[in-house]
Design a protein around this ligand. Sequence first.
Ligand code: 13P
Length: 289
Amino acid sequence: MKFSCVATLISTIVGSSAAFSPSLFDGARTHSSQLNARKPFISGNWKLNPQTKAEAVTLASDIASKITDSTPDVDVALFVPYVFIETAMDASGEKLMIGAEGVCPEINGAFTGAVSTSMLNSVGVKWALAGHSERRVIFGENDEYINGQCLKLIEEGMAVMLCIGESEAEYEQKLAGAVCAVQLKKGLAGISKEDLDRVVIAYEPVWAIGTGKVATPETAQNVHSKCRAILADMYDQEAADAMRILYGGSVSPESVDELMSQTDIDGALVGGASLDSEKFGRIINFQAV
Ligand code: 13P
């Protein structure tokens, strides 16, 4: 196991039955003990896809069919467009956690087009993305807004996958660690250590998203370990050791095994390949080398 502090964690979790809220993982593969710290987490982000409800049904059910008894012990989630959430839940037969691609940090009122945490919660959604680079860049969501989303999700009893990552220019200027530090500190501001079991980090270097330029396992591992050190500084080592940090950016069947073999890479957030059930099925069924 990648994890060096299992004994500490087990005692923490046993001492705090709320440490892992089973409801957040209901409907997914919760067959393992909740004591399985840093359980791998493979997730897909459909973005603005697919184009019809019929396609969403087929894709969700085809992906669910790839989860079999021989699949590694992983959490699997799909973040899908709002309009397909309930469809994907029905089609995947509770084998997958279905999450939202975003949420409004406001709870109600005059926010045309927005969807609140309570709306999502009421249809059984437990997870949402926050801070995806496409939301930051295209939709202008800044760290304060993203922090509002994180806080509102936690307040609602839900969970958040906070996406962070540097641009290509920042990468070239060796600012990956610095950018991640700012985004982690601002994104998680006000979230207590006790609530961190409902937070997952996705490190997605912007230059790797949709480009086919997957980060090398060494590059990704290097940033992931920096992120863990930043989390240790923000909280403590125990919290940092328990946090799942996923890699995203052109993950494919060809790259997943080596990425998942890195000490600090605990899963993947997959865009393009999550729209192909064969490819995503292979990613779910990764084989650490
Ligand atoms: P790709 O896997 O298509 O590069 O997308 C990554 C991503 O943005 C997931 O959120």
